[in-house]
Structures are given as structure tokens and as C-alpha cells.
Design a protein around this ligand. Structure first.
Ligand SMILES: [Zn+2]
Ligand SMILES: [Zn+2]
Length: 258
């Protein structure tokens, strides 16, 4: 079976508060390096035919404008935390120009949260001009978005089940602090992984940098990029000096061809 060439764009690589953080004057938040400007974590996945986004962050509108995305086929959600769903309302523009509902994919936990937090989208009698979505439930199986095959990976974010996604040999996991053995087997043969690494210090629901490096080394994945980064990580340039060539901090607008 042949897979289409995919382009991955990092739309955001920051933790829930983004970098800089409102009101913070630390050296990272004051940095003039563009790699220290991190919107909330999301990626765009594109084949020649299909464009999908993983999560709609509070920065979704700006992320779509910045990358000039005129056509979006689907949103796939990792989990219902606000920094991953807050931008959903802005898919209205795509409804308007593409004249069709937006295909969204979520597990049952995220489905319940979307129906709670965006109740008006799912109301029986809808006010004209509201977002229009077609909700697809993610269960165990891989699924297709256009010509892109998406394989869900099940990870833990403290007590919350979170979905990672595997696209051919590329795996994206944005909020985790534990991955079961069976899922590790699933991601082992990836050529590239994106994994969350919040900061250097321990955290209750996120891998720190040391833990993230250990996992990707342990799984012998050739290339790794770390995401969902806090200002507490330190400056991009300085942290990068301490990492090997094939284990990098991701940055906003980084693109990969896979
Ligand atoms: Zn998050
Ligand atoms: Zn700061």
C-alpha cells in the first residue's frame, strides 16, 4: 500500500499558557528569539489532497491565518482540555467558504466535553451562522481522513485518557505522562515522534525533558521533537545546545516532509 507524502507544520509548541505568558517577565518571556514564541500546541497535516489539523487551540484562528489555510477538511482532537479545544468556534469560516460541515473526530470523552462547552453547535434548532460540524467517534481502529490514514495511540495524562496519532511512520503525542507497553509497541517503529516535554522539573501530568528523551531513546526512534513547552523550560537556543542532533525542541512554524 502506498501512502501519500505528508507535510507537517507545527502550528504551536507551547503549553496551555503559551510563551510568552501573560504578565511574565522572565528571560524566556522577554526573549526576542522567534523560537521562544510558542502558541498553544497543534499541528497541521497535509497531503496533496487533504488538510487536517490536530486540535483547535485558543490560537486556532491566528494559526490558520498565519499559515494561509483556505481549505480545511477535518479536525482531530487529542483530549478535551481547553488549550486543545477552545478555538473550535472559528471553524465557521470554513463552513461559510467551503459550504459543508467540518468533519471532526474525537473520542467519547472529548465528544461529551465539546457538547457541553459548545452546546450551541449541537443544539437541535440552530441559529444561522453557527459552526456546523459532523462528529465522528474515534474508537480503537485506524480511520481515514481523505487520503490520510490516522492510527490512534492511547496514552495517559495523569488520569485522563489522551489520544496520540500516528500518520505512516510519524507519531504525534502532545499531553502524556504515561504510555502503556502495548501502545509503546505501536509507536516503536516510527521514524519520527513528537512528544510532550513541559520543562526540566518534574510535573504531575506531563513528561519532563529528561523523561521524554529517555522514552524516545528507549523506543529507538530515530528522530524526536519535543512540544507543549513551558517558559520554565528555558530559552530554545540554550536548551537545544544540551540536546543531541536527533532530539530537538520543536518550534512554531517548523515543517517536516514525511
Ligand atoms: Zn495541553
Ligand atoms: Zn516567563
Amino acid at each position: 500500500m502506498s501512502y501519500p507524502q505528508l507535510k507537517i507544520t507545527f502550528l504551536g509548541t507551547g503549553t496551555s499558557s503559551g510563551v510568552p505568558m501573560i504578565g511574565c517577565h522572565c528571560e524566556v518571556c522577554r526573549s526576542s528569539d522567534v523560537k521562544d514564541k510558542r502558541l498553544r500546541s497543534s499541528i497541521l497535516v497535509q497531503s496533496a489532497l487533504t488538510t487536517l489539523v490536530v486540535d483547535t487551540t485558543p490560537d486556532f484562528r491566528y494559526q490558520m491565518l498565519r499559515e494561509k489555510i483556505d481549505k480545511l477538511d477535518a479536525v482531530i482532537f487529542t483530549h478535551p482540555h481547553k488549550d486543545h479545544i477552545a478555538g473550535l468556534d472559528d471553524i465557521r469560516a470554513y463552513n461559510f467558504f467551503l459550504k459543508r460541515p467540518m468533519e471532526i473526530f474525537a473520542n467519547s470523552l472529548t465528544e461529551a466535553a465539546l457538547k457541553r462547552e459548545f452546546f450551541y453547535i449541537f443544539a437541535e434548532k440552530k441559529y444561522p451562522g453557527l459552526p456546523n460540524v459532523n462528529l465522528n467517534l474515534i474508537v480503537d481502529n485506524p480511520f481515514w481522513v481523505g487520503d490520510i490514514l490516522v492510527e490512534p495511540v492511547f496514552v495517559h495524562h495523569l488520569n485522563m485518557p489522551v489520544l496520540g496519532f500516528k500518520f505512516n511512520g510519524f507519531t504525534y503525542i502532545t499531553d502524556a505522562n504515561r504510555i502503556d507497553e502495548i501502545e509503546r509497541d505501536k509507536i516503536k517503529r516510527s521514524h519520527t515522534i513528537v512528544l510532550n516535554a513541559l520543562r526540566k522539573e518534574q510535573h504531575i501530568s506531563h513528561y519532563n525533558l529528561k523523561e521524554a528523551v529517555e522514552i524516545v531513546d528507549d523506543l529507538q526512534i530515530p528522530n524526536a521533537f519535543f512540544t507543549h513547552i513551558s517558559h520554565q523550560m528555558g530559552k530554545h537556543e540554550e536548551v537545544s545546545k544540551c540536546l543531541p542532533d536527533n532530539r530537538k525542541l520543536a518550534w512554531d512554524r517548523l515543517t517536516l516532509h514525511i
